[in-house]
Design a protein around this ligand. Sequence first.
Ligand SMILES: Cc1cc2nc3c(=O)[nH]c(=O)nc-3n(C[C@H](O)[C@H](O)[C@H](O)COP(=O)(O)OP(=O)(O)OC[C@H]3O[C@@H](n4cnc5c(N)ncnc54)[C@H](O)[C@@H]3O)c2cc1C
Length: 390
Amino acid sequence: MTVRATTRGEERTSLDGARADVIVCGASFAGLAVARELARAGVDADVLVLDRYAIGERATSACAIPTPWLAAMGVEGAARQELPGMAFVTPHGRARYRLPWTWSSFDYRELCALLWEQCGTARFATAVVHGRTGDTVHTDRGDLTAPLVVDACGWRRILGAPHVQPPDAALSRGLEVHPHDTGGTDLDVYLQRDLVRRGYGWSVPAAGERRVGTLSYDPHDHVKEPTRALADRLDVEAVRYQGNWFPHRLREATAGDAFLVGDSAGHCFPLSGEGIRTAFYFGIACGRELAAVLDGRRTRGQALARYTAFHESHRPAFRRAARLQRLIPALPPRVLALLLRMMGVQFLVDRAFGWYLQQAHPSLAAAPPAPSQHPRTHDGPPFEHAPSRR
Ligand SMILES: Cc1cc2nc3c(=O)[nH]c(=O)nc-3n(C[C@H](O)[C@H](O)[C@H](O)COP(=O)(O)OP(=O)(O)OC[C@H]3O[C@@H](n4cnc5c(N)ncnc54)[C@H](O)[C@@H]3O)c2cc1C
């Protein structure tokens, strides 16, 4: 059951006029990665994180990630199940690959709590962000000001213009169910066009729970019936639904003077729809640029330009994945099944999935941030409803 810890009623006092050095809008994968990186850099800064819900309250995905990223972010404690293999299921057979790395499923609430523990003196408040004018962020609890603003609010790109609107934007849609089930050891991918015309289905075991869902690259196609049908095929209950839109095209890294991170910047990888590790990866890069500004090593303009250059250096890989996203659904199913079998040679699996991990590699997280010249302890009050830091 969803526990609602979001501030409501009288607790929802005005925040109007509040000031911070950095405002991070969105407290999921991308936003928490930015705040964590600022804490790691030890900068002398008041960092305020905003989200419409309490941290970890609303899961946004199947929560499967390359296992090395859990260690790199220091959140192994949230892992539910390590998945040693990945299988592609077509109407013409099943091809199972042993990747050069493994996937792991994790618990969203626990992962967010572990990330927040690493966010040092950052404060948190629940607020719905509506937009921004210059350094001022407009929320349902008033206007807040900071010279450095980050949009990590997901696919809508709240602080960027124009806002993204389905179904005509470059968005995919996904929906999954979470039955209690102990079946499955691998991450299974279903390439079955009678389920989804352009997209795929998945089954992600998570120690006592299974996350079963479908995504469509075509935002006009609905995914509720396909998800139900897949659950039916796998003989699991279609219960506890959860779904969202997510981008499948890299967007701009900035909007005016605001930094965009995660789905907001289109960091979700096309084809796979994998956006958690990329949210971490670009969140870390963004956090490092913000730290350099706060330390006086760079101006805001320089940081915006450097972050944009880093983001743009990944565009070829995103384009390549987008081409495959168009090509694969167009292949005759028998040809696709044959290619998947041929690809199963270990050398090719290692090469393809090695390349894939390389595009947002966990070594970025392991690299130490540049040390701050001015470490300090922020003595302002923590805002409400953050998970306690153990
Ligand atoms: C069904 C489904 C399954 C998926 N499974 C996987 C998977 O297994 N692995 C993977 O890597 N990717 C997966 N993805 C993609 C992944 O969920 C996203 O790419 C990822 O969540 C992006 O992280 P983010 O932090 O940028 O945005 P989000 O996780 O969407 O977080 C945005 C945050 O901003 C907050 N917010 C939004 N609007 C406002 C507002 N106006 N004011 C204040 N706060 C706001 C939200 O409450 C949320 O906390 C899946 C997506 C779907 C839909």
